[in-house]
Design a protein around this ligand. Structure first.
Ligand code: CA
Ligand code: CA
Length: 296
């Protein structure tokens, strides 16, 4: 049995009491409700959001304190498994959410089935589930950041590449790092254009490890084929620029490239991708192919 975290919080804050404390190298299960705190069910969905408590939006399970993690370190979070634990998912968009805001006069929700490994969008359209977590991060050094907002600490990055088999590198800003995870999606495309993915509860199994003197930019995703620095900013333009600049620094630091070589190689071979365009800050990533790099 792995240590299991079920406590929820609504901000990344150094003031949050740890739900558990573990040594570096431990595998931990984060048991997270969906982004609505489980408030929307098939039964009550027909009533709309009449009794909906907006204070219970975007909970994250945690925080996990990792022994030995000190400011300046990097926390390596290997996503070993994401199991969607419900048999439905919630879709939402509305007048305050997503790219079609101006066309809606209210919020609209739909509860869809998850069956046979698919999100059943309609009888004709079934999407194979691809579980990912939208909210994953650590406590910032200074003021708390609500779970709806992404940033250098991670948080609500809504990046579909944060999925089983990938590893996320986060900065350690406070002693113990204070990792929290939530906002699982059974499926989500780059952009998250409606403002939500297929929102569902999940058990997320991760292995945490403290890295000393790690020169990598954060947040950074690694999977079998790519390194992907992430950046969040007020506009997608700025987020893209910052993700590319992190990629330039990454190639200079780890490959010994000049700035000219780094930016021109990125220009030829590293795709800029949007993670999401619907949160208070927008998130972009740069997909750097490992096959281009010297092996360590
Ligand atoms: Ca989210
Ligand atoms: Ca979400």
């Amino acid at each position: 049995m792995y240590p299991t975290i079920t406590n929820s919080n609504y901000s990344f804050s150094k003031e949050n009491e740890p739900a558990a404390t573990v040594p570096s190298g431990t595998t931990v299960k984060f048991s997270a409700t969906d982004a609505f705190g489980g408030q929307i069910t098939r039964q009550n969905a027909k009533d709309g959001l009449k009794n909906f408590d907006w204070n219970r939006v975007n909970p994250a399970a945690g925080p996990l304190k990792v022994e030995g993690a000190q400011p300046g370190d990097v926390l390596k979070v290997e996503i070993l498994d994401i199991q969607i634990t419900g048999d439905t998912a919630v879709l939402m968009t509305g007048n305050a959410l997503g790219v079609c805001k101006e066309f809606f006069d209210d919020n609209h929700i739909r509860v869809v089935d998850i069956a046979d490994g698919c999100v059943v969008f309609s009888p004709e359209i079934k999407l194979p589930i691809r579980p990912m977590v939208g909210v994953i991060g650590v406590a910032p050094a200074a003021e708390a950041v609500n779970n709806g907002t992404p940033g250098e600490h991670g948080g609500n990055m809504d990046c579909k590449e944060i999925t089983a088999g990938s590893t996320l590198y986060l900065p350690v800003n406070v002693e113990g790092a204070l990792l929290s995870i939530g906002d699982a999606h059974a499926a989500m495309a780059d952009g998250e254009s409606s403002g939500t993915g297929a929102e569902a509860p999940a058990d997320i199994l991760v292995k945490v490890e403290v890295l000393k003197n790690c020169p990598w930019p954060t947040p950074l995703i690694e999977n079998d084929t790519h390194y992907m620095p992430l950046a969040s900013a007020l506009t997608a333009d700025e987020a893209i620029d910052n993700a590319v600049l992190k990629g330039v620094g990454f190639l200079m630091n780890t490959q010994g490239m000049t700035r000219f070589d780094a930016i021109t190689l990125i220009s030829l071979a590293a795709d800029v991708r949007i993670c999401q365009v619907v949160d208070p800050l927008k998130t972009a990533r740069l997909n750097i192919q490992k096959s281009l790099l010297k092996q360590n």
